[in-house]
Every structure is written in C-alpha cells, then in structure tokens.
Write a protein that binds this ligand. Structure first.
Ligand code: TA6
Length: 316
C-alpha cells in the first residue's frame, strides 16, 4: 500500500493509508475515537475526560490496566487507562480529587494550531479540546483552552501532548498529571529505573519529603509518592512479561508512583481486591511547582510511551 503525503496547513504528513481513525459510541452514547495502525497497534480515546482507555501493541495485547470493576458512568472517570488530572492533582481546596478535566465531555478539535512537523510523520492522531463550562468557571474561575493530542506511531508508540492556554485577563496556576495505569504481570516482579536518589513527597505521610535510596524502586507494600525534578526518561521493567515501558516526557518534572496494595484495594468499590497485583501508576506530572500562566501564555506537557521487549536483569 503506497504511502501518501498530504498537506496540513504548512506541514506535510506522511500517511500510511492503512492507518485508520474510527469514531464509535460507548454504552453511555459518548464518542470514542480508535486509532489503528497497519501493523496492528491501536489506541482508543473517550471524549469523556479525553481519557485514553486502551493502548494495544501489534499483537493486540492491552498495555494499560482497566479495573474489572471500573464504573463507566459519567461523571466518574473510568478506573484505568490514562485519566487527565487538571487543574489539580490531589485533593485540596474545593475541586474534586484530581480536578474536573477527566470528568468532562471534550470535543474533537478539527483545527488545532500546528505542532512541530515531526509530530505528524508516520502517526495517526486525534485532537481534542476542553473549554470551561459556566459550571466549571464557578468552581475554578479561570478561562482556558486545553488542547490534547493523542497520537499513535507506526511502531505502536503512544504520544500525548497537552497544551493549556490562559485566555483570561489574569494569571492562573494549576498542577497536572497524565495518570497512567500500566498493566503489569505481577507487581512483585516490577521495578522502576530512573528515580534513584531523587527526593519524593510521600502521600502516605502527609506529603513529607524523603530521599530515594540508590536502588531501582520495587514493590512490597502500598506506594503513593511524587518524585521531584525527575529525568525525562523513566523505565518500568516487567520481569515476567520480559517487557519494559519506556516513558519519555517534556514539561513534566515530577513522577507519581502509585500502587494501592491490599488494604487500599479493598476500600475502592471500582477496583478488585487483588487487582493491585496487575497494575502500577507511573504518571508524568507537574505537581511540586504548579504551572503559572500569564494571560495569553501556553504550557505544553508531552508524554511518549513505548513498550519494548526487555531482558530483566535482577541485581542479585
Ligand atoms: O497518587 C496517586 C493518587 O492520588 C492516589 O492517592 C490515589 O488516590 C490515586 O491517585 C487514584 O485516585 P483516583 O481519584 O483516580 O481514585
């Protein structure tokens, strides 16, 4: 099948005609957009929350976790996939936990301002837009535009780009996270590399600040931490699956690491008691130092996820 090149404004994009974009409706009648690539990879985004709800590799294997008890009923965000946490991460002030963006209906943005040409080459993508409703402005009185681009590359890599612009007459600040639920084989066989020696805020100790030791992070109990000023490349190694998630990020200095373990799992109605064994949240985020935008200013946060075969080397 020939590749064809077509003009997008002043950019050209190389397009494999076997790539496809399908729009369907979920059982609540909310649009979902599925990106399909010729080698078999796919990603599905719900207009409910702009949430990526599925990311599959060339073999059709699901790479993101979704709870078997997830509640697919607005306004609650589905437990899994990649919910968008904006304008806050966490539970402070009058806003709901992790902000309202993940609980709102987004629209398809058919005329987004262009990105760098490299963002278009060999990718299938959808652009979504969130603007505050009157109701939103009552609880968060700042006018903004949030443009989200979700793109799938020919090799199955998933890219999410958030662009948030201040359309107000005064500055505003926000915190942000791509709240990414990775599917793992067995949490006791997983380690994270790239966060060694960093400071972190421990959500299990009123966000007290600690320093991570020199080894990769492994899991034997509940972990709920915000690692600060992290490198832009983090690896999540899954021994059993012989697979590594490589996380590349820009504009997202912090990394949230969360596994609820047994006790917390039992307290969540939309989460199975044993499901903590098959998931791990590793979120690209901007939390410690909220982003402040002056009128007219725009912030960009970019996340790229790859799933690569890996031979996991145990240290011992
Ligand atoms: O740090 C991650 C976290 O804030 C945890 O404390 C836990 O609450 C998790 O997010 C899930 O939040 P959610 O609102 O999606 O249930």
């Amino acid at each position: 099948m020939p590749l064809c090149v077509f003009e997008m404004g002043h950019f050209s994009a190389v397009w494999d005609q076997r790539a496809a974009i399908e729009i369907s409706k979920d059982w609540n009648g909310i649009d979902q957009v599925t990106l399909r690539m010729p080698r078999g990879a796919s990603a599905r985004v719900s207009l409910h929350g702009g949430q990526v709800i599925s990311w599959r590799n060339d073999r059709g294997e699901e790479l993101l976790f979704t709870s078997s008890k997830a509640i697919f009923k607005p306004p609650k965000a589905m437990r899994g996939g990649i919910p968008i946490c904006f304008p806050q991460f966490g539970n402070c002030g009058s806003l709901e936990q992790h902000g309202f963006a993940r609980n709102k209906i987004w629209t398809i943005d058919d005329d987004p301002p262009p990105l760098h040409p490299a963002e278009y080459i060999g990718k299938s993508a959808i652009d979504l837009l969130l603007k505050p409703s009157e109701e939103d402005l009552k609880c968060w009185p700042h006018c903004f535009e949030f443009r989200l681009r979700v793109a799938l590359a020919l090799n199955g890599d998933l890219t999410m780009i958030s662009r948030i612009r201040n359309l107000d007459s005064k500055p505003f600040s926000f915190s942000f996270a791509f709240h990414t639920y990775f599917s793992v084989s067995d949490i006791s066989e997983v380690r994270i590399e790239g966060l060694e020696t960093l400071d972190y805020l421990d959500n299990l100790c009123q966000r007290e600040r600690f320093t991570e030791q020199g080894d990769a992070i492994t899991f034997e109990s509940e972990v709920d931490r915000i690692y600060l000023s992290s490198p832009n490349v983090i690896a999540v190694l899954d021994h059993e699956k012989k697979q590594t998630f490589v996380i590349r990020k820009e504009g997202l200095p912090d990394v949230v690491v969360w596994n609820p373990w047994e006790k917390k799992s039992r307290s969540m109605i939309d989460f199975g008691d044993e499901e903590y064994k098959q998931m791990l949240c590793v979120d690209g985020a901007a939390i410690e130092k909220p982003i402040t935008l002056k009128p007219g200013e725009e912030w960009t946060g970019r996340l790229e996820l790859c799933a690569v075969p890996s031979s996991y080397r145990s240290e011992d």
